[in-house]
Each structure stands twice: as structure tokens, then as C-alpha cells.
Design a binder for this molecule. Structure first.
Ligand code: FAD
Length: 613
């Protein structure tokens, strides 16, 4: 059998990659270990969060499926960080993970041009300019391009106390042998670790001891295509660990696979520590915040967020029962730590294609990232680029000032990662340009260009952009008088001023300004009003960012020849020479971000390349 694109692994990355490639007209095959677990949420039953929620919207704007499915499977929606500026707001949904999985499966099965096969890929070998993939059931397929999205499954191993279980995640077999094969083909691998908390029975908890947390009064969807009301009635619950919990953990640290037994070698995520990590690192705290979250509507499983551990099951039970409201808690699934092989992502180029194995793309947890959103975003880009390559078209490469996905890919391919990489707003130097409410304006034209965004959705967004433009023009051409300003906003000004200029003042907001100008606010949707208000408030900072981007543009886009020999460039520090040879940046901008490379090295490199030309 021969396909244009074969995607290996049906997690969040593989689903986006395979659907995108098929929708772009490529004959596509998705091979995955278990077709009943397509889009499985291995850990938290939620999508989004700060920065991650913006990634989901970016995926949606480019034509991916995660946002639409999260909206349909969501049971509680919140905008996080609302007390802070809009640039760091984050959309988040508690999700019925069983419904999410069903909807992903439906989307895959309904996708024209996409074939699905349950099997495990065990080998990869070149066949002319294509790749031959072999499975454990004896099938062989040839792919012009293939995309590996095998998540935590490569030589995966779960740890609970002294017990170790070979698996990709509990209940699903690990992928054995494939990692070794990829290493034989010349790829550098490493080992990482993550973990998941226990699930407890809903009816075994005394909720009077916990603090409820509700969804927002007006829930905001992820997807620009969602036009149905969102389900938003689930409750989550806040609670804290206490001195008893800490005592149990301390007394059993010697039974932890990380601390006492030292059976885990993989590096874990610093920002998403296990409960024993929290105690070891921040031991003097009286308690650590936890959330109890439903895994589905009407389902018994509750997820104890923040309580991931690798301690033995009997200890986990004691730990759970020490929590307020949990004295009768019944555990349904134990917590565990998982270790797996990943491939260092600085072996990829900006399209997520391997530099070592041309035609082979990598996306998701296999690249050292953690999180459904990061995986889905990479999967979408890898799927688009594999399909673009088959179609003989230009790849889609997003810039750092254009999308969180641009930051993600650039960080991975330039800096690599030695611990699970998760997106934060602080990773983006131009985060004011990457607001969650501007994903459509930033990226939808690109989604349309590659053929993944429908004309109806695009037309509906263009109508919103036109409304924003109308309101901006109105505010630019209307004057607020001194008397009206004082009576509607309480701010005194000596003379009339343009409404858009007046609105830049931090103490002034849009609705009173519209009232002061005698303009009707209700003809503009709350989305249009919020977007225009943020545009005007941030205009000064954005202008500075844009000037800086324009200044750096030459450096950012100046290409480094693929066959450059860093050994031949005199004046480079030895360490920089080694790092640059290893990373092989494609532009001077990328070279400047390689850890250890100094501004002086960058100047030497620019001079060298200028002389070559
Ligand atoms: P996955 O979702 O892992 O999907 C991989 C897919 O590949 C599976 O469907 C599998 O069947 C298939 N597959 C594997 N090998 C083969 C093969 N050889 N042939 C064919 N198919 C194959 N993320 C967080 O953000 N926070 C957390 O706290 C967190 N904790 C986690 C805890 C655990 C125990 C696990 C397992 C994961 C955790 N994650 C967490 C990670 C999160 O689940 C992943 O980031 C996300 O699912 C990665 O998506 P993916 O598509 O890359 O891979």
C-alpha cells in the first residue's frame, strides 16, 4: 500500500496531523495502537489555560479540530487571569473526556481521504525518496511523507512505588523497539518523565469541606466555528493539602521511585511537579492547593489535580484520606509516574521535518513537549507541512511575533529541551501581539491559504473584523468634549480630545467613552468592543514591538547556507562553534537564540555570510 502521508499515533498531535493532511487532499493513513483511544486525554480532563488556551484558538484559526471538539465536549468554561491584562488571559474548559474521545473518533472516521488502521509501527526504512513502515501485525506501507506522533509510548514505563509496568500509559501497551530503530537511523534520544494523579469516586467525597468553583457567567468558546450554546454547569472544587498529608509523604519518601528508589532516570517537568516534588522543594509551606475536577458529565471519576505522585498505592490511599472531605475517599485509578523516550527536537527544521531523516516529521510529546495543546499545535503544523511538501508547495512556518505556535516551534528547534516543555506567556517576547482574541486576524488567512478553513467561517470572521474597523474609525473621528468626559467618566480634561486618544488613559474604559460621545454601544458586540478597546489601550506598546520587529527583520530572515562549515569560521568561540554545528540554525535570528551563542559570535557569522554572498 502506498500513501502520500502516513501518521503514526492517534493522540492529539496525530489526529490534527492526519485530518489536516487528508483535508488538504493527500491520501493519508493514520496508524495507531488502539482506535478506541483516539484523542485520549492521558492526564487532566481539561483543555486550554494561560497561553495554552491561545494555542487552541491558533489551531482553530488555522483550521484544526481541537477547539471545535473541546467546545462540544466542554462542561465548564472559564477565562483565567481575568484580573490581569488581556494579553495574559487564558481560555480554559473542563472537558468530558469520554465525549471528547468519542468526538475525535467521529471526526477521524468522517474525514474523507483519511484511512485508519489499528496496529503498532515497529520499523522505518528508506525506500527511494519515500519511507517504508512495517507494523507488528505484518503490514507494510510506503509513505511519501510520514509524521511520528507516538507520545509517551516509546519504551514507556509506569512507576508506582517499587512496581514498574511497561506501558504507553496505564492500560495501553508501550511501543518497544521503534525508538531503538530511530536511534539506529541517526537520531539522538533522551528520557523524560511525567505523572498523573489518582481518580476518586464522586460519591465518596464530602463536598461541604471543599470550595466550589463555577464556570463564567458568559462562557467563551475556543472555536470560531462554534455557534451552539456551551454546556457550562459542571462544578470543580478547591482544597488544600495539610500537615497530616505532608507527614505521610515525608515518612514514605524512601518508597518514591524518584527520591528513595531512584528507579526513574527521566527528567520531570519543573512547572508541574508531583506532590512529593512540591514538598521536597517548597517544604515549609503549610499546604499546597489542589482541585477536584469531574472527568465527565454523570461519570463517577473525579480527577485530583495537583496531587500526582509515584508513591505506592497504599500510601496514596492514606494521602487521599488525609485531605479535608476525603476521609471516606474511594480510589478508582491510582496515580503513577511515567518515563518515556523522546527525540531531541533541535534535530528538526522549522517545518518539524527531521534534518537527519528527510521526509519524516515529528510532533507532540515525542519532541519533548508536554500537554495536549502543544501536541495538537505541532501535529497540525507537521501535517500541513507534510501535505504541502507532497503537493510541492511552500511550507507553513510561523514567526515568533505571529503565534505562540511560532514561539513553540522556534524554541524547540533552536534551543531543544532537556525537560518536558510547556508553553507559558513568558516564553513569548511579543505576547502583546499574541492575544487570544486576535488569533483569527493573525492566522486565519494562512488557514484559508492552505485550504483548511471553510469559506463560511472565514466570511463570518471578516464581518467581525469589518465591525472592529468601523468602531476604530468612529473613535478616531469623534471628539469627546470636556463636560461630557467629566460627567460620563469622571475624568476632567481642559479641552475636547479624540475619543481614541482619550481611551488610552488607564482609568478610562470604552462604554463611558461611547456614552460621552453620544454613540450607541449596543450595535457592537461585546467581542468587537473588547477587541477594539484592547487594540487602543495597547497601541503604544504594540507600536514599539513592531518597530523592534522591523529592526530585527533583516537578521531574523537572513539565511544561513545549509552546507556552512562552522569549523572554517575564524573568530567564533569554540563552544558557539560546537553549538551551532549541532543545532544548524536556518537563519541568523535563530542562531542568535542558540543558548551560549554571544552577540559577538552573531556579528562574526553575519560578516562571514555577507562575504560568501
Ligand atoms: P499521545 O497522546 O501520548 O498519543 C500517542 C499515540 O500514539 C497513542 O494513541 C498511541 O496508541 C500511539 N502510538 C504509540 N506508539 C505507536 C506505534 N509504534 N505505532 C502506532 N501508534 C503508536 N500533559 C500535561 O500537560 N500535564 C500533565 O500533567 C500530564 N501528565 C501526564 C501523565 C501521564 C501519565 C501521561 C501518559 C501523559 C501526561 N501528559 C501531561 C502528557 C499528555 O498526555 C501529552 O502531552 C499528550 O497526550 C501528547 O499528545 P501526543 O499526541 O504527542 O501523544
Amino acid at each position: 500500500m502506498e500513501y502520500d502521508v502516513v501518521v503514526i499515533g492517534g493522540g492529539h498531535a496525530g489526529v490534527e496531523a492526519s485530518i489536516a493532511s487528508a483535508r488538504m487532499g493527500c491520501a493519508t493513513l493514520l496508524i495507531t495502537g488502539n482506535v478506541d483511544y483516539l484523542g485520549e486525554m492521558s492526564c487532566n480532563p481539561s483543555v486550554g489555560g494561560v497561553a495554552k488556551g491561545t494555542i487552541v484558538r491558533e489551531i482553530d484559526a488555522l483550521g484544526g479540530v481541537m477547539g471545535r471538539i473541546a467546545d462540544a465536549a466542554g462542561i465548564q468554561f472559564r477565562v483565567l487571569n481575568k484580573s490581569k491584562g488581556i494579553a495574559v488571559h487564558g481560555l480554559r474548559a473542563q472537558v468530558d473526556r469520554f465525549r471528547y474521545r468519542d468526538l475525535v473518533r467521529e471526526a477521524v472516521l468522517a474525514c474523507d481521504g483519511l484511512s485508519l488502521l489499528q496496529d503498532m509501527v515497529v520499523d522505518l526504512a528508506p525506500e527511494g525518496s519515500s519511507w517504508r513502515l512495517s507494523t507488528e501485525c505484518g503490514t507494510t506501507v510506503v509513505a511519501k511523507r510520514c509524521v511520528f506522533t507516538v507520545g509517551t509510548f516509546l519504551e514507556g514505563c509506569a512507576h508506582i512505588g517499587a512496581q514498574t509496568v511497561s506501558c504507553g500509559r496505564m492500560g495501553e501497551r508501550a511501543s518497544t523497539g521503534l525508538a531503538h530503530r530511530l536511534e539506529q537511523l541517526g537520531l539522538r534520544a533522551g528520557r523524560l518523565k511525567t505523572g498523573t494523579p489518582a481518580r476518586v469516586h464522586r460519591d465518596s467525597i464530602d463536598y461541604s469541606a471543599l470550595t466550589p468553583q463555577r464556570g463564567d457567567t458568559t462562557p467563551v468558546p475556543f472555536s470560531y466555528a462554534t455557534n451552539k450554546p456551551l454546556t457550562n454547569d459542571a462544578l470543580c472544587w478547591e482544597l488544600r493539602t495539610n500537615s497530616k498529608t505532608h507527614e505521610i509523604i515525608r515518612n514514605n519518601l524512601h518508597r518514591s521511585p524518584v527520591y528513595g528508589l531512584q528507579s526513574v532516570q527521566g527528567v520531570g517537568p519543573r512547572y508541574c511537579p508531583s506532590i512529593e516534588d512540591k514538598l521536597v522543594r517548597f517544604g515549609d509551606r503549610s499546604g499546597h492547593g489542589l482541585f477536584l475536577e469531574p472527568e465527565g458529565n454523570g461519570r463517577p471519576e473525579m480527577y485530583v489535580s495537583g496531587f500526582s505522585t509515584g508513591l505506592p498505592v497504599a500510601v496514596q490511599e492514606q494521602m487521599l484520606r488525609s485531605l479535608s472531605g476525603f476521609s471516606q475517599a474511594r480510589m478508582i485509578k491510582p496515580a503513577y509516574a511515567i518515563e518515556y523516550v523522546y527525540f531531541c527536537p533541535n534535530q528538526l527544521n522549522r517545518t518539524l521535518e527531521s534534518r537527519v531523516l528527510p521526509g519524516v516529521y515529528f510532533a507532540g510529546q515525542i519532541n519533548g513537549t508536554s500537554g495536549y495543546e502543544e501536541a495538537a499545535g505541532q501535529g497540525l503544523l507537521a501535517g500541513i507541512n507534510a501535505a504541502q511538501a507532497v503537493r510541492g508547495k511552500e511550507p507553513l512556518v510561523l514567526r515568533r511575533d505571529e503565534a505562540y505556535l511560532g514561539v513553540l516551534v522556534d524554541d524547540l528547534v533552536v534551543k531543544g529541551t532537556e525537560e518536558p516543555y510547556r508553553m507559558f506567556t513568558s516564553r513569548a517576547e511579543y505576547r502583546l501581539l499574541l492575544r487570544y482574541d486576535t488569533c483569527d486576524e493573525r492566522l486565519m488567512p494562512l488557514g484559508v491559504a492552505v485550504g483548511l478553513v471553510s469559506s463560511e467561517v472565514y466570511a463570518s470572521r471578516q464581518a467581525v473584523w469589518a465591525e472592529k474597523e468601523k468602531l476604530r474609525t468612529l473613535l478616531d473621528s469623534t471628539t469627546v468634549g470636556a463636560d461630557a468626559a467629566a460627567s460620563h467618566t469622571g475624568v476632567s480634561i481642559t479641552q475636547g480630545v479624540r475619543a481614541s486618544v482619550f481611551l488610552r488613559r488607564p482609568e478610562v474604559s470604552l462604554l463611558p467613552v461611547l456614552a460621552a460621545c453620544g454613540l450607541c454601544s449596543s450595535q457592537y458586540s461585546s467581542e468587537v468592543r473588547a477587541g477594539v478597546e484592547a487594540d487602543i489601550k495597547y497601541a503604544g506598546f504594540v507600536k514599539k514591538h513592531l518597530e523592534e520587529i522591523a529592526r530585527n527583520q533583516r537578521m531574523e530572515t537572513m539565511c544561513i547556507p545549509a552546507d556552512i562549515s562552522y569549523a572554517d569560521i575564524t573568530g567564533l568561540l569554540t563552544e558557539s562553534r560546537e553549538k551551532l554545528s549541532q543545532v544548524q540554525p536556518q537563519t541568523i535570528g535563530q542562531a542568535s537564540r542558540v543558548p551560549g551563542v554571544t552577540p559577538a559570535d552573531v556579528s562574526v557569522l553575519i560578516m562571514y555570510i555577507t562575504q560568501l554572498n
